[in-house]
Design a protein around this ligand. Structure first.
Ligand SMILES: NC(=O)c1ccc[n+]([C@@H]2O[C@H](COP(=O)([O-])OP(=O)(O)OC[C@H]3O[C@@H](n4cnc5c(N)ncnc54)[C@H](OP(=O)(O)O)[C@@H]3O)[C@@H](O)[C@H]2O)c1
Length: 287
């Protein structure tokens, strides 16, 4: 397969630019307030992939001059203990954003934990308040993956107004906010999930396909309409997405690679939203 770079949506390059913008925001905040924007990361248990994600996020903080505070708790942490920890971070004026790395170990009531994060520090977009605001099209620090996808679509001048989009996956951090953001941009959206009937035929009609399923190479090339824009939010073991890239590449007009598509944008949005949260909390106007 010969790859035409013009077809690839380069999340790596766009993420670099978003991070440069975040760095400028951090410098402005420090100059105006003397405070350093700070992200608190909370990691529960010893899942290696989660630990790697947290390390990557903290490294990006460092890259843009932001401070990060790492809270690490054992796998047997109770919901009460975790909620108390989040309350502490919520009350700390030196912490501007809170990220609870998910998944958290199963016995923990993750909804109770997420709901403890105040909306102004919810830079990962996990609370019901944030999701409600996103659905209503109100300002909010939205969930980072769909926000990153919206930035990619904008960067590549994908027309959303009147387009037909199929989103596969209805999780509260990905599929649901994604569908709402697309609807707010005037797309017509079908939100699919594991009980959806005739998924391939729905996808065949789509101008924009967003795969957020969690199954490697789930979306087949034969499902993709010629000229469709294909966004693969999936990230499975071995750097494999939720779309069969080799099959979808030919019919697609634009497609995100895995890795280097949606993934880098997710982290960039987290960092950018933390800078914005710090600006709002410290009363520093940002571009
Ligand atoms: N790039 C990033 O930074 C980033 C961030 C987060 C997630 N991800 C990736 O994105 C993907 C989705 O993540 P998530 O957290 O949203 O996963 P999730 O919570 O497991 O949700 C998966 C969704 O896919 C649906 N689904 C499962 N099997 C299906 C099938 N056979 N047909 C149609 N729909 C099906 C599920 O439907 P039901 O609701 O009916 O169960 C569910 O709504 C994963 O690959 C994950 O690794 C990437």
């Amino acid at each position: 397969m010969t790859i035409n770079p013009a077809k690839l949506m380069d999340g790596q390059a766009l993420a670099r630019r978003v991070l440069e913008g975040a760095k400028a925001k951090v410098e402005k905040i420090r100059a105006a307030s003397g405070m350093t924007p700070t992200l608190a990361t909370v990691l529960v248990g010893d899942d290696r992939a989660s630990a790697t994600y947290v390390r990557m996020k903290r490294k990006r903080c460092e890259d843009v001059g932001m401070r990060s505070v790492a809270i690490e708790l054992p796998a047997d942490t109770t919901t009460e203990r975790l909620v108390a920890q989040i309350r502490e971070l919520a009350a700390d004026p030196a912490v501007h954003g809170i990220l609870v790395q998910h998944p958290v170990p199963a016995p923990i009531d993750k909804r109770a934990v997420f709901e403890t994060i105040p909306a102004e520090k919810d830079v990962d977009g996990v609370t019901s308040t944030t999701l409600g605001r996103i659905i209503l099209g109100m300002p909010a620090f939205g969930s980072c993956t769909p926000k990153g996808i919206m930035r990619l679509l904008q960067e590549y001048h994908v027309v959303l107004d009147g387009a037909y989009a199929v989103v596969i996956g209805r999780s509260p951090i990905l599929g649901r906010p994604m569908a709402s953001m697309l609807i707010n941009a005037h797309a017509t959206v079908t939100l699919c999930h594991s009980r959806t009937r005739s998924l391939p035929s729905l996808v065949r009609g789509a101008d924009i396909v967003i795969a957020a399923v969690g199954h490697p190479r789930f979306v087949q090339g034969g499902w993709i309409k010629v000229g469709a824009v294909v966004i693969d939010a999936g990230y499975n073991e071995g750097n494999v997405g939720d779309v069969d890239f080799a099959g979808a590449y030919e019919p697609a007009s634009l497609i995100t690679p895995v890795p280097g598509g949606v993934g880098p944008m997710t982290i960039a949005m987290l960092i950018d939203q933390t800078a914005d949260a710090a600006g709002l909390q410290l009363g520093v106007a940002l571009p």
